[in-house]
Write a protein that binds this ligand. Sequence first.
Ligand SMILES: [Zn+2]
Length: 397
Amino acid sequence: MTQKLYLDQTYDTVFEAAVASSRPLEDGASEVVLDRTLFYPESGGQLPDGGTLGDAVVANVQERDDAVVHTVQGTLRAGQRIAGAIDWGRRFDHMQQHTGQHVLSRAFIQAAGLHTVSFHMGEETCTIDLEGTGFDEDAVRKAEDVANHVIEENRPVDITTMPLAELDRLDLRRKVPEGVSEARIVAVRDFDLIPCCGTHVRNTGELGLVKVLKGEKVKGLQRVHFKVGLRALDDYREKHAIVQALANRLTTGPAEVLTRIERIMDDAQAGARRAKFLTERLAGAEMARLLDGAARAGGVRVLLHRDADPAYVRALATVLQGEAKVVAILGADDGAVLCVASRDLAIDLASGAADIARELGGSGGGKGGFVQLKLPDDSRLQELMQRMEAHVRTRLS
Ligand SMILES: [Zn+2]
């Protein structure tokens, strides 16, 4: 059994211990158990601590049968005395997230009668899953207000270990797990009481800020993503920079950004519709002129045409399908080649077309009278169009 220093010495960062056992793993790592440790093992939704044991970096910490198991890079010797140091930045972040979660969970009960059924701490964001109905923007705002008010009040966070018999009179937010004779109770004074073995701050003022990021439905529960303390500050910084950059780009104020972007998106959609309409009209108008110059093969006009714009080439292909007795080989500057027969021709242009494209370094395929080929660029476009023309002529003969 490891003596768990982290339960009482939450603010300590260095300690000395003896190596109780060390088991080598693959890749030069090993699993180390100490007689005592400051390293918090992953549990109760909270991530494990990081840091070092001697020169060895601690990559993971888990609890197995009352022993705290440290996975370290390197090997240690059983019986050896060792100096341990935890990564304080990481630890304090976890303390902020976890205590912040206690406060937010109680705040959701007060604000909207929503009870927390689980908590997960991620490297980026944390989540709680809420049970009950009535989760909405208003509930979030109220819960945030309650939580941040408790932070302003700088309430003490008291941790006491109590025998089970004394717990009956307490209004615990969650039941004590079965099979224990005493429980570690974390109290945000006159606000929240819960049995918990996590690491916590001493006063709610150290949380700084609690911010809900978003809610989503997961398996009938309401999942709430949130950040506390420095994570919340980083999030604010990052999002403020994005909004400010957008505002500068749009030469407007942050409050106007959304309206402006919606207008730009509407304009873009209208522009795209107009471009499609005009492209189709132009293709229709130009068709007669193009067909005048087309060669004939067995009563069918064979049209070869190259254009800069792939969208215009596609519009031409659509118009051509409605003409009578035409096959067109249409190339675009992006290396695309469309080979299209009018709908009144029962002709197979697709068989063998992919092979021709492949021989010239391209790809593609098709079905019946519609073939789409693509070259990486336009350097061999003319060649592909000519090869396809020969292909079409053999089909027509
Ligand atoms: Zn907890």
